[in-house]
Design a binder for this molecule. Sequence first.
Ligand code: PMP
Length: 441
Amino acid sequence: EARRLDERTQGSRAFYERARRSLAGGVASSYQTRDPWPIYLERGKGARVWDVDGNELIDFHNGFGSMVQGHAHPTITKAVNARIELGTHFAAPTEDAIVVGEELARRWGLPKWRYVNSGSEATMDAIRIARAATGRDTIVKIFGSYHGHHDYVMVSIGVEYDRIGDRFDLASLPYGLGIPRAVAEMTVAVPFNDAEAMERRIERLIEEGRAPACVIMEAAMMNLGVVLPEPGYLEAVREITRRHGILLIFDEVKTGLCIAAGGAVERFGVRPDLVTLAKALGGGLPSGAIGGTEEAFELVEAGKVVQVGTYNGNPLSMAAARANLLEVLTPAAYAHLDTLNDRLMQGCQAVIEKFSFPGYAVGVGSKGCVTFSPERISDYASFKANQDAELCELAWLYNMNRGIFMTPGREEEWTLSITHTFAECDRFVAVFEELAHDLTA
Ligand code: PMP
């Protein structure tokens, strides 16, 4: 399969050879790398993308889950084109920014909003707001959870960094080099789906004089495939954080506009103090937002917490976000995504049962995956122990060779767009069936 993909992607190979001379590793971002070379894309329309070799692929990668509205959506394209004619950047607020804020406040039931340009900036600023509001420095996150590339949260994501791991507490382990130990140690990880462990750790931190400012988490983990919260878990976390005066941040960069019109807050019915959004918000343009309660934003409004950025609320991103929220990713769109995703998950689950394949299909809203594990995965430890990395790689090659574009690696899930069809979901299932058949034959 690997050789077959190499033969189909010789144009990407040529791009890579050229790109390596000017771009580090031949790519714009470390998560775009792949051995032996990355696949360079040329264009996208609806649920399809085309690579530089002209291979047409059904897109289940969707820009790490940003393109829930599909590629080059005519409504968003029109809004962006209209805005381009009127000027693309002022560093002054525009009406679109107000409209987007009003819509987000309505959907999330949180009154105050600010904008940024990426998920990383959203989580970085949300943590600052929480630290200021509580006057505390320590933050609690979930083992294995990704919240962006700044130092506060590049901690205890993968414990495969064994070369530095033995010098650090695993709960405060820097993810990669270049992250100061002193910064990493202000972040403490606890396992997902275990409210008791979270509370025990919080109590210990309080005893040590390190009471946490916030718990930052995804309500459903979206970088171990998909791991859903067990019944009662989010409610328990809400209760524990409130009791200890800790702000709860739901990082909805992935879940936000993917699993319901009002994200995880709507889907699971638990309201945090702060939420972070990015990815699908801008309809394919860089954007992000932080939403919160009046209390959380008090010091921002007083000018005591400085939340800034030249491109915050950029007119182009805001025009795209306005069209996206008001005309494209409407509540009706989510009912459609649920139907599509049910079809895909049920199709995959039927294959699993037909071939007694070790795994299960799981998902919510536009997101899902087949987890290649005989055991149900509930947190990072069970993921690391059970998820079959080799099988993930093989499944990716099968997909790419048969016209299905997915993220490489074992962490990501599929993201459907509103432009996907049942036929495209069925194609995904057919390719999975071919894999299951070949492996069990
Ligand atoms: N939070 C979560 C939950 C994410 O999945 C990501 C990106 N995958 C981020 C934050 C960071 O977003 P960005 O890459 O836009 O900085």
